[in-house]
Design a protein around this ligand. Structure first.
Ligand SMILES: Cc1cc2nc3c(=O)[nH]c(=O)nc-3n(C[C@H](O)[C@H](O)[C@H](O)COP(=O)(O)OP(=O)(O)OC[C@H]3O[C@@H](n4cnc5c(N)ncnc54)[C@H](O)[C@@H]3O)c2cc1C
Length: 312
C-alpha cells in the first residue's frame, strides 16, 4: 500500500491507505480501498488524472447506493469526490450540478426555483455522477431525458463533454467508460409553479416510503427488468417485472448469511445486520440461478459489484 502511494502524483488533496469503503456505502458492508483519493478541487483531480501512471486501476463512487464492494477490497486508487463537486446552480430552467450533488438535493433546489421535470430524482438516493453512469430513473423518466450535457475527465485529465446520444443511454445502462470521471452535468427542466413541483416531490417520497425498504441497508433494485423480448421467448407476458420472477422462484424473503431479499419489495436486497459482501452476492447469484433454471432468463445485475473476493 505504501508502495502504491509512492507511485502516485503529489496532490493537494488527501490519500488514505486501506480506507473503509464498503462500510461507507448503503449496504454498510464490504472491503476497503487500497488507496482512497479525495481531490481538493477540480484542478487537483485533473492534475492527478494527468499524472497517475496508466497501469494503476482507478475507480470512482458517489453515494455508494448502487454498489457492493467485495470483501477483499478494491485494488488501485478509489476517487471520492468532495464538497467542491456538490455545487448546484440554477439559471432559468437549466440546473448545473456537481457530480457529488445528491439527486434529491438537485430535485429539491430545482423545485424551489420553480423548475419542474426533475422530481423523479427525489426518489433516487445517489449522486449526479452515479445517475449519469447508471442512467438512473424512475416513474417513467430517466436522467437521459433531462440531461443536456455531462462533463467528464479521462485518464489523461482531458475534459470531455457528452450529450445523452453520445453515451448510448438505455435502461440503467450507458457506454461511459469505467475510468471516465463525471465531474458535473447540466440538466434541463421546465418552468413551473414551485408549489406544484414540491407537491409532486412530496408524493414521490410518500409512494417510495410505502413500497420500498428505503430505511434499510440496501442498494435499490438488485436486477434490471428483463426485456420484453426475453420475457416473450420464455413464454411469459412481456409486461412482467423482475420482482414477479423473483416471487415465482420463492425468492421473497430468501436469506444467505446476513443477506435477505426484502419481504416488502423482493427485488431489493438487504443487509439484515451482519451480512458480508459475499453473502449479498451469493444471494443474488442464487436468485439468478433459480430464474435461469425456471425460465432460461439470465437476470442482469443492476447493482455494481467490484473488487476482490476475500480468500480465507
Ligand atoms: C433505497 C434505494 C432506492 C433506489 N431507487 C432507484 C431508482 O428508483 N432508480 C434508479 O435508477 N436507481 C435507484 N437506486 C440505485 C442508485 O441510487 C442509483 O443507481 C444511483 O444513480 C447511484 O448513484 P451513486 O452515486 O450512489 O452511485 P455509486 O453506487 O457510488 O456508483 C454506481 C456506479 O456509478 C459510477 N459512478 C459514481 N459516480 C461517478 C462519477 N462521478 N463518474 C463516473 N462514474 C461514477 C460508479 O463507478 C459505479 O459504477 C436506488 C438505491 C437505493 C439504495
Amino acid at each position: 500500500m505504501a508502495n502504491l502511494i509512492e507511485k502516485l502524483p503529489t496532490i493537494r488533496g488527501r490519500y488514505t491507505p486501506d480506507a473503509p469503503l464498503g462500510a461507507k456505502g448503503w449496504f454498510r458492508c464490504g472491503g476497503t480501498a487500497e488507496v482512497l483519493f479525495k481531490p481538493a478541487d477540480f484542478e487537483d483531480l485533473q492534475h492527478f488524472m494527468a499524472k497517475c501512471p496508466s497501469d494503476i486501476p482507478l475507480h470512482v463512487f458517489g453515494a455508494l447506493s448502487n454498489s457492493i464492494i467485495r470483501d477483499g477490497g478494491l485494488k488501485g486508487v478509489t476517487i471520492r469526490l468532495g464538497r467542491d463537486f456538490s455545487n448546484i446552480t440554477i439559471e432559468g430552467n437549466e440546473v448545473t450540478a456537481g457530480a457529488l450533488a445528491l439527486d434529491a438535493n438537485v430535485a429539491t433546489q430545482a423545485a424551489e426555483h420553480g423548475v419542474g421535470g426533475l422530481e423523479f430524482l427525489s426518489g433516487i438516493p445517489g449522486s449526479i455522477g452515479g445517475a449519469v453512469k447508471m442512467n438512473a430513473g424512475c416513474y417513467g423518466t430517466e436522467i437521459k431525458d433531462i440531461m443536456v450535457e455531462a462533463m467528464a475527465l479521462d485518464r489523461k485529465g482531458e475534459i470531455h463533454l457528452f450529450k445523452p446520444q453520445d453515451l448510448d443511454m438505455t435502461y440503467r445502462h450507458t457506454s461511459l467508460a469505467d475510468d471516465m470521471i463525471v465531474v458535473s452535468a447540466i440538466l434541463k427542466g421546465v418552468t413551473e409553479d414551485a408549489d406544484t413541483v414540491k407537491k409532486r416531490i412530496h408524493d414521490i417520497k410518500e409512494k417510495r416510503e410505502q413500497s420500498q425498504p428505503i430505511r434499510e441497508k440496501t442498494g435499490g433494485s438488485t436486477f434490471a427488468n428483463p426485456s420484453a423480448q426475453e420475457l416473450t421467448k420464455a413464454g411469459l407476458l412481456d409486461t412482467m417485472k423482475v420482482w414477479q420472477l423473483i416471487d415465482q422462484v420463492r425468492g421473497r424473503g430468501l436469506e444467505v448469511g446476513g443477506a435477505q431479499m426484502s419481504i416488502k419489495h423482493c427485488n431489493f436486497m438487504l443487509n439484515t445486520g451482519n451480512a458480508t459482501a459475499s453473502d449479498l452476492e451469493n444471494l443474488g447469484e442464487e436468485i439468478r440461478n433459480r430464474v435461469f433454471e425456471k425460465y432460461g432468463i439470465s437476470l442482469r445485475w443492476e447493482i455494481r459489484r467490484v473488487g476482490e473476493f476475500k480468500v480465507d
